[in-house]
Design a protein around this ligand. Structure first.
Ligand code: AR6
Length: 188
């Protein structure tokens, strides 16, 4: 954990952090999952390892009920062994060049995750950079979409705090420059 930047938005605050989301103590952390909720690499693997043996049965129960979670959808489970009380599992789009509905699905992944948090009475929510790893979504295209949806949730008063965890200094710098362009002033 090193850098943090804060953006006051309405009555709420958006925080960009460089670090590991599994250590976060928000009301919920968001997982960049796959449609089978089967666990995997990247942040999904890290969350599954840190949440412990309670998580796979909870995921299987959801899949038994809904079949699969499409890109743009989001579901909630307990946080099990995590510091966070809940995990909101969303599926981002796989990048296929941008003409297959990727922006709408990415926007929906963030918006539906926020909707699950609000429905469950949560106030603080932490996101990873959904779709920008294995799923290949270009960061410079994902960042404005993600940050805009987060800002809407804060300015409307639906959430009090959103934290966005970036993996590595390079990613942090890219996201920070997009956030600076969108939201202007910075409070450290
Ligand atoms: N904390 C915060 N961010 C992380 C962490 C962590 N512990 N680990 C990785 N990242 P990815 P996707 C960053 O690939 O692109 C899985 O196999 C990472 O650097 O985790 O949505 C799933 O099962 C990147 O910037 O998610 C799916 O099959 C970001 O998290 C597939 O990958 C997202 O990268 C989903 O791919």
């Amino acid at each position: 954990m090193s850098d943090t930047v804060l953006y006051p938005l309405g009555q709420g605050v958006l925080k960009l952090l460089e670090g590991d989301i599994t250590q976060d103590d928000a009301d919920a952390i968001v997982n960049a999952a796959n449609s089978a909720l089967a666990g995997g690499g990247g942040v999904d693997g890290a969350i599954h390892r840190a949440a412990g043996p309670g998580l796979p049965p909870a995921c299987r129960e959801i899949i038994a009920r809904i079949g699969r979670l499409p890109a743009g959808g989001a579901v909630i489970t307990p946080g099990f062994d995590l510091p966070a009380r809940h995990i909101i599992h969303t599926v981002g789009p796989i990048w296929r060049g941008g003409n297959e509905g990727e922006p709408e699905k990415l926007r929906s992944a963030y918006a539906e995750s926020i909707a699950r948090a609000v429905e469950n009475g949560l106030a603080t929510l932490s996101f990873p950079a959904v779709s920008t790893g294995v799923y290949g979504y270009p960061v410079e295209l994902a960042a404005p979409i993600a940050l805009t949806v987060m800002a809407e949730a804060l300015t409307s008063g639906r959430l009090r705090e959103i934290r966005l965890y970036l993996h590595g200094k390079h990613a942090f710098g890219l996201w920070r420059s997009v956030a600076d362009d969108l939201f202007g002033g910075i409070t450290r």
